[in-house]
Design a protein around this ligand. Structure first.
Ligand code: MG
Length: 254
């Protein structure tokens, strides 16, 4: 049966059924969204940055430092972020950008750097985001000596799960995200049969292990899942801050 084959694949990736799962991260439902009382995770120094992590042979290279041809804006027009010196940089008010190609289950590697000198406080310091399927955000933010609500800090699954630790490097330094993403599954009539799951490493440090998303990630609300295609673009957020990205690659896992 096709459906159970998909579940076996998910289990093989190390994610147990939620029934058996020991909660490594805080249960979402126990906390209001953006709850200021939700505990902040401990700070862990991840060690020094290294050079770009090479793309494996079977990866789609989504940004090689030269041009934005794999990307477009949210209206399907050419992406207008700045490209120079091997990185792209958010250009305020040009909007978020997304991959022209669409993806479902995947392993995504990307590198980013928050603006130096740091400017702004809380959510206004180095804010961007990585959206799987344009719906499920891993927050990009500068939380090095900067505090915000736990479910919106660096590497949070926005509005749902704080990271297990705060593994930020200082602004201006390159940081890595490695994300293993399993898309949600829907029955033919549209009912959710398996939630989206994410395992995330920030600067090589585990920050989410098989976190089960409650639905799309949004500001101030946790909407339920609605049925969507098996493949959708990866997008990067224009939150008005000049965050830089480099070396983005993705391996399909289905
Ligand atoms: Mg963001």
């Amino acid at each position: 049966m096709l459906l159970s084959a998909a579940f076996v694949l998910i289990d093989a990736a190390g994610c147990q059924n939620s029934m058996d799962k020991e909660e490594g991260s805080q249960p979402v439902e126990e906390w209001k969204i953006h709850d200021p009382d939700r505990p902040l995770p401990p700070v862990v120094n991840p060690g020094p940055a290294s050079g770009p992590v090479p793309a494996p042979a079977d990866a789609f290279v989504l940004f090689d430092g030269k041009d934005l041809s794999p990307w477009e804006d949210s209206k399907g027009q050419p992406a207008r972020w700045k490209v120079e010196n091997g990185y792209m940089e958010v250009v305020k008010k040009t909007g978020s950008i997304r991959t022209k190609q669409k993806f479902g289950d995947c392993q995504l590697h990307l590198e980013w750097a928050a603006p130096l000198p740091a400017a702004g406080e809380g959510q206004e310091r180095g804010n961007s985001g990585v959206f799987l399927m344009e719906k499920y955000e891993v927050q990009v933010l500068d939380c090095y000596d900067n505090t915000t609500y736990a479910d919106g800090m660096t590497a949070a699954i926005y509005g749902q799960y704080p990271p297990l630790v705060n593994a930020c490097r200082p602004p201006g330094e390159w940081q890595t995200y490695d994300i293993v993403f399993r898309r949600p599954r829907f029955a033919p009539e549209g009912k959710l049969t398996s939630p989206a799951r994410m395992t995330v490493f920030h600067n090589g440090v585990l920050v989410h292990e098989c976190a089960e998303l409650t639905g799309p990630t949004e500001n101030k609300k946790r909407p339920p899942y609605t049925v969507h295609p098996d493949k959708l673009p990866v997008s990067l957020q224009d939150h008005g801050n000049p965050v830089r990205f480099r070396n983005i690659w993705l391996r399909e896992l289905e």
